[in-house]
Design a protein around this ligand. Structure first.
Ligand code: GDP
Length: 585
């Protein structure tokens, strides 16, 4: 390698062109060739830059300029030899309406002392219970979105996934998606077969379905734990908790307690009288009121530290979900937080993080996406889309879920994505790339709406992630080549040829197999050789036109040759029908 060039983790296209001493247009064109519509001022990440450099056969090595401050904030402590046992963190996932919320309520209800907090089950994004002296933390992930977004952070935040499947409904697309997520994240799964109280609940059918999806039940010789439950009656919930304790004992989950507290923000909102309120999960160390905490580009001196049900905490160790107040600005979902020594340090680190983030720009084409595009075969039918979402967390989730739709045959090509309202830039990009704009929890300002209408830009807004994904799936399905179904009917042995013209051939013979029908198609064989395919126009049984002639009967056939065709006595016509069927993803 001739040259080593230090660049930031995210670099503008124009700066990269400068570094490489090539015209910026050449770089833009190369990016474009690889499916990235980046303008000169937009940023690409270093991995993408490295791939492009390779594609351009430029002999330089790009290395990342270290940003010490930010690195320190982000660095995740490894467990030391002093690490001790910590509670497991559980995510509950599954198809909509299969009973995730009910199960979480049932588990929480079993623990909540009657009357506490008025016994109200307000929505909380995480909670911890104690089951036979064992603490267990549950994340109430809104669908799979949070789970996916948290996974993006590389953190194995969740130790175990409970996949809820309704016994009366069986495995559904989101069940499979949840299983895929859990597998990809490498977390243990427990299948909770819910609604066992309902008539029609069939656990065996479900076990069959699971085994067809590489989840062989334990009792059938596999290693998938399947438990029948009813979130409604509470049946099986205790056994489920016992199983969680058992599995986490086997996993020997540990963390350090004797280090500065750190973890992940899982929710943040403003509350009247309390200011910014953040729900977070402590991963390492211990958090205490009065600690200075940096979370992404904001920081706090922790004013109140509470359990997610409002109990006051003096300290919170690993795997504890907490509420903290005192942030200057709301932190973001999936921001990492870490305790630092002083307010000055907190201010510096959050500012450094903010500066780096500013450089990230809105184009979030990552290297993995680029590799995927390069590797994609040329036959792939692509649908261009632009994705806008309200916050980074949901954008990440939408993008993550959309990626799972791609196949070798059809794929989405994300030509742009970002956080915030749909803008004129987006509609312009949509016009040039013929893209559909998907908005998730975002608005379209009226001026943009007008422009979109004028330019016939297809803008689709959603508030439920699955509906957005389903819509994109339908869009991809439109591009799937239809399935061709050929059904064979019967065979005619040609005994005489009466007329051969370019437009029409009439011959006669005996039906030696099956039945002949019209309209239909036929393949003309001489011996083993397929001569041509023809379109059957009419059948004659005796002097009468017939719609059908059966085996053993003699008949006349009139057909239209689709290519140059000659027929002789002794040839065979194999009759069949051909229909097409739309395929599903
Ligand atoms: P989620 O969308 O997965 O969170 O599902 P919910 O918890 O909201 O449940 C969907 C519906 O199924 C609700 O009407 C629940 O009352 C019902 N449900 C949930 N669990 C059970 C169960 O064990 N038995 C019965 N009969 N109904 C249940």
């Amino acid at each position: 390698m001739d040259r080593k060039i230090e660049i930031e983790e995210h670099v503008t296209v124009s700066a990269l062109a400068d570094h490489l001493s090539i015209p910026v247009t050449k770089l833009v064109a190369e990016l474009f060739k690889n499916g990235i519509m980046a303008t000169v001022n937009e940023k690409i990440d270093i991995d993408t830059a490295q791939i492009i450099v390779k594609e351009l056969a430029i002999d330089v090595e790009l290395v990342k300029k270290e940003n010490k401050l930010v690195e320190q904030v982000r660095k995740r402590p490894e467990n030391s030899s002093k690490a001790t046992k910590r509670p497991p963190v559980i995510a509950v996932m599954g198809h909509v309406d299969h009973g995730k919320t009910s199960l979480l309520d049932a588990i929480r209800g079993a623990d909540v002392v009657k009357g506490e907090a008025g016994g109200i089950t307000q929505h909380i994004s995480a909670y911890q219970i104690t089951h036979n002296d064992n603490k267990i933390t549950f994340l109430d992930t809104p669908g799979h979105e949070a789970f996916a977004a948290l996974r993006e952070h590389g953190a194995k935040l969740t130790d175990m996934a409970i996949i809820v499947v309704a016994a009366d409904d069986g495995i559904k697309p989101q069940t499979l998606e949840a299983i895929r997520f859990a597998r990809k994240a490498g977390v243990k799964m427990i299948i909770a077969v819910n609604k066992m109280d309902k008539t029609g609940a069939d656990i065996n059918r479900l076990k069959q379905q699971l085994s067809e999806n590489e989840l062989m039940p334990e009792e059938w010789g596999g290693d998938t734990v399947i438990l029948p439950i009813s979130a409604k009656t509470g049946e099986g919930v205790k056994e489920l908790l016992d199983m969680i304790v058992l599995v986490s004992d086997i996993e020997e989950l540990k963390a350090d307690y004797d280090v500065p507290g750190s973890g992940l923000i899982i929710e943040a909102h403003m509350e009247q009288g309390r200011g910014s309120v953040a729900v977070a999960l402590v991963e390492h160390g211990v958090l205490r009121p009065g600690n200075f905490v940096v979370a992404g580009s904001t920081y706090a001196k922790i004013r109140n530290l509470e359990t997610t049900t409002g109990g006051v905490l003096k300290e919170a160790g690993p795997s504890t979900p907490v509420i903290m107040t005192g942030f200057k600005v709301l932190p973001e979902f999936a921001d990492e937080f870490v305790v630092v020594g002083s307010e000055k340090e907190a201010r510096q680190k959050s500012a450094a993080y903010a500066t780096e983030k500013e450089h990230t720009g809105t184009l979030d084409m990552t290297s993995s996406e680029l590799i995927r595009m390069i590797n994609r075969n040329n036959q792939t039918q692509e649908v261009n889309v632009i994705i806008k979402a309200d916050v980074q967390g949901s954008l990440t989730s939408v993008l993550d879920s959309l990626k799972t739709l791609d196949t070798d045959e059809v794929a989405l090509r994300i030509v742009g994505s970002g956080v915030g309202a749909i803008s004129e830039n987006d509609t312009r990009l949509a016009t040039t790339t013929k893209a559909i704009i998907y908005g998730f929890h975002v608005e379209v300002p009226s001026s943009v709406k007008q422009q979109a209408n004028r330019d016939k830009v297809d803008v689709r807004l959603f508030k439920v992630i699955y509906e957005l994904i389903d819509d994109a799936r339908l869009e991809l399905e439109k591009n799937l080549a239809p399935e061709i179904i050929e059904e064979s009917l019967g065979r005619l042995l040609v005994r005489g040829v009466f007329k051969i013209t370019k437009q029409e051939i009439i011959c006669g013979g005996e039906v030696t197999k099956g039945r002949l029908a019209v309209p239909s198609l036929a393949k003309l064989f001489r011996g083993d050789e397929l001569l041509s395919e023809v379109e059957v126009v009419a059948l004659k049984h005796g002097p009468q036109e017939a719609r059908e002639v059966l085996e053993g009967e003699m008949c006349g056939v009139s057909f239209k040759p689709l290519s140059k065709t000659d027929v002789q006595e002794g040839d065979r016509l194999e009759f069949f029908t051909r229909t097409t069927k739309e395929r599903k993803l």
